[in-house]
Design a protein around this ligand. Sequence first.
Ligand code: UDP
Length: 239
Amino acid sequence: MSKTYKRVLLKISGESLCKPGSFGIDSDELKVIATEIVKAAKVGAQLAVVVGGGNIIRGATLAQEGAIVQATADQMGMLGTVMNGLALKEMLEQLGQQARVLSAINLSAVAETFIRGRAIRHLEKGRVVIFVAGTGNPFFTTDSAASLRAAEIGADVLLKATKVDGIYDKDPMKHDDAKKFEHLSFKNAIDKDLKVMDLTAFDMCRKRNIPIVVFNMKETNHIAEVVAGQNHGTTVTVD
Ligand code: UDP
């Protein structure tokens, strides 16, 4: 029997806010993902979102060009996630869902600074909390931020919304015979060298016993259904 989670951390990539293969923020895509998040919030779970920034800047990629050192490029990447979070909040509120943006970097004129207790208070009041600026530190990813915030707010689950509908034994975009896993243990995923999230993020979830569900974000109603405890994609748990 499915059971609704009580408190959920949803990780969406920056790419979910733009058309496939392009950059920046596309209003139509923004509305699609915001609509799905509103449906998920209506299921009744407390919902926090970590938004990525790959649609604007990826620090490591920019640094490779040689002009900007990675520590700075990563700060720029984190600021990109702030723009995404502001866009998402705006759209959620237009759709009637209260939301707050909490930033890991102090930007007091545009967003609240992340304070754990404040984030939990917002969640208890039914607001969608959007965590931006990643962990606030260069050389990390927003996947790491997602696992960190999930642990801090005591989330029951980390939902990783991606372009594919779960974890496969090989890249399903390249191999027709790729097989999807319904369920995996953390150990199995490591042994099979499956790329679920970056290892820092993955290890945090493993140690804190936070299950991860990897599923397709663009399938209508899937975010809400996963929040309601239905099985979509692949679930990674301790056993
Ligand atoms: N970033 C960072 N520290 C963090 C989170 C993100 O430096 O804690 C930077 C990093 O440059 C990264 C960029 O922000 O490339 C965008 O985040 P990410 O690549 O995780 O976004 P996504 O792939 O989820 O869209």
